[in-house]
Structure formats: C-alpha cells, structure tokens
Design a binder for this molecule. Structure first.
Ligand SMILES: [Zn+2]
Ligand SMILES: [Zn+2]
Length: 258
C-alpha cells in the first residue's frame, strides 16, 4: 500500500490544497487506486502532484471516496470528472459516499457543468455506504464509522491483503472510529487543533491517542488549522517525532508506504 498526500490543508488555507490522499494498493482484482476526498483546491493539486505518475493522473483512480459533503472535501469532483473526460477516460468511475451521495454528487456536478454528466465518456457509479457496513471498494475491503463532525462524516478503514489504512475525514474519533482503527498500519487523522474539545474537529492529542490505541506504525495528521500549522508547525513535528512519527505532519506530495 502506498499513500500519496495530494493535499494536506484545511478548508480555506490559501497555501495548502485541501486534504486529499491517493491510495495505491493490491486489491482482489489486482492493483487498485482510490482518491480519498477532493475539495475545492484538490482537483488542481492532483493534476500537479509530482509524486503521482503523469499517466496515472490523466487516467484517474478506480474510485473516489467522499468522507462528507463539505466543499473542501468534494467540490473538486466536477474539475476531476471534466479533466478525466477530456483525457478520454472510458472505464467506469466509482464514487463512494454516505447516505444521499447519489443526489448530492449529481447536484454539485450539474451546478458546475449542467451538461457534463450527460456527455461523460465513462460511467459515473455513485454508491452510498452506511456507517458500520462492510463494502468492496475497488477490490479493497472497506468499512466506515461516523466521526464527531458537525455534519455526518464517515471515517474509512481500507484494507488490502497486507495493510490497512484509517482515514478520518473531518471530526474527532468516536468509539466506533476507535474500533474501526484497531489494527490499522497507518492512521490519517484530521487535527484542526492541538487539544481535544474543538467542536466538530479532531486534535493532535486525539490523533496520537488513536495511533497508540490502534497499534499503527505510522500516523499522519492533516487538515491542521492554517495559523496553527504556520506558527506551531515545528512544535507539532517535535511532538509527533517524540511519539515515533517523524513524518507525521506531511507536506504536499509526501508518500507513506505503511
Ligand atoms: Zn474539512
Ligand atoms: Zn468538514
């Protein structure tokens, strides 16, 4: 499993693209690729990401995961669909999201480009998943749990035969998230602040706790509040390194292969 951090930013950071991860893994049907979240600024960041092969960017992933329906997590979808259409994609694209994903994805794509869905050269297959359920995601084993965000948000556990990844989307871990994260090799947790108690958001402290509890060998914190990352980035790196995660505050383009 190889995870590329296309973007690591929060919603409105002008310097860092919205948090978005490109996952390559060995699925039941061979190599599988999944893009986790694609906000306002993540579409362009994906196409500009030097850590992903240019042909791979043009072809696009097998599937897209949308953790929740906030613009910094899925408003990049019209951009990506249009680019992949222009590049001549013809294999279907699966888009996974929580309840209501079918209508919500159609609404945002139609608002951006009213005729795009009708003329896409590939099938857009939107699949709705519920918290607690297990599902197949491009040949990988997926499971989801609701986080403590302000709107319904699903944390994702994604496993191939060898490794498992936990990606929080937004929000602090709930008891169901902690259970979901158990045994994962890599934890990617939204950490808007340093300490717990930020309404709807996770923190560095909760990320470190989750990594410890799950037994993960690697932790990455993303979606850090922009002022905090600029002013306290070195402190955050020091705290992560002290806990055994020297690469725990990834820069755009960073790769972790758990
Ligand atoms: Zn967000
Ligand atoms: Zn959000």
């Amino acid at each position: 499993m190889r995870v590329t951090f296309v973007g690591v930013g929060e919603a409105f950071d002008e310097a860092l693209a919205n948090t978005s991860l490109f996952v390559e893994a060995r699925g039941a049907g061979g190599r599988a690729t999944v893009l986790l979240d694609c906000g306002f600024t993540a579409g362009a960041a994906f196409f500009a990401c030097p850590a992903i092969d240019a042909r791979e960017r043009e072809a696009g992933p097998d599937a897209v995961w949308i953790s929740h329906f906030h613009g910094d997590h899925f408003f990049g979808l019209p951009y990506l669909l249009a680019r992949w259409h222009e590049a001549g994609r013809d294999r279907p694209l699966a888009v996974f999201g929580g309840p209501g994903a079918g209508d919500t994805v159609a609404t945002v794509v139609d608002a951006a480009y009213p005729r795009l869905r009708a003329k896409l050269g590939f099938a857009l297959d939107v699949r709705e998943v519920a918290p607690g359920g297990a599902f197949d995601l491009a040949g990988l084993a997926g499971r989801a749990a609701a986080t403590g965000h302000g709107v319904p948000c699903l944390a994702l556990r994604l496993a191939d035969g060898e490794r498992a990844l936990y990606y929080s989307g937004d929000g602090p871990p709930t008891p169901a998230c902690r259970e979901l994260a158990m045994g994962c090799d890599l934890i990617v947790q939204e950490a808007y602040g340093l300490a717990p108690g930020i309404p709807g958001h996770g923190s560095l402290e909760e990320a470190l706790d989750l990594a410890r509890l799950s037994g993960a060998t690697a932790l990455a914190v993303v979606h850090v509040r922009r002022e905090l990352r600029r002013e306290r980035g070195q402190d955050i790196r020091r705290l992560l390194a002290a806990a055994g995660h020297p690469s725990g505050l990834p820069e755009p383009g960073a790769v972790i292969a758990p």
